[in-house]
Ligand binder design. Sequence first.
Ligand code: 5GP
Length: 249
Amino acid sequence: MSADRKLYEGKAKILYATDDPEVLVAHFKDDATAFNAAKRGTIVRKGEINCAISTHLFQRLEACGVPTHWLDTPAIDRMHVKAVEIVPLEVVVRNVAAGSLCRQTGITLGTEIDPPLVEFFYKNDELGDPLLTRDRLRLLNLATPEEIDRLRELALTVNRHLSEFFASCEITLVDFKLEFGTTSDSQIVLADEISPDTCRLWDRRESDPERRVMDKDRFRQDLGQVESAYEQVLERVLAQVEASSNAAT
Ligand code: 5GP
């Protein structure tokens, strides 16, 4: 690879070009932001932890037939990913009520949601990432109805696999946000990252509503022990990956 040429810097990652126009490098940063970057900080080792967790989850999803942008992970905090055009939507799946769902509807925190809820938000910081209706999606022409159906189906498939995987780590997958991109050959693939930054993860070994939080809500809500929560998620993911590879051999 020639000298890295920075293409884009986001809140959690920097994207660099490589010699191959179809391949980019995603560098995971330790920077943490919340509330549309109104709150900023650093989570020590977050970049490498999120890169490692995302690597394992993308590999797992690929093995289950979900196409992702992940190619390989050449360094602890860097991934090679397919160059894609990001669909300007955040697709959120919820298994348990938390966050904006509770704030906007009054549903009690922790209420089980079955079947899972799939929501589309407009990925637009200036507008504060608003929730979209089906009609607004059509009005804004952000994706065709067929693409919306495909995103919904992919998001639910990801949810099935990840809920099961996290359950085997004794973690409840409360909710998560996905981003998708379109490759040069018009394939829709899962992009961005899947990590404690983008998922709500509750420790099944803890019943206390604050102690069970293993994700970015610890940073958002100043709950403390942010680093150790992220490390604990990685530790359990790695243990489970190793257990399943031992079982396969
Ligand atoms: P909520 O809508 O409740 O704020 O978020 C739902 C889920 O999506 C949570 O797991 C949250 O972490 C994730 N999420 C939603 N929007 C964003 C975002 O802009 N950035 C990140 N990192 N996660 C988000």
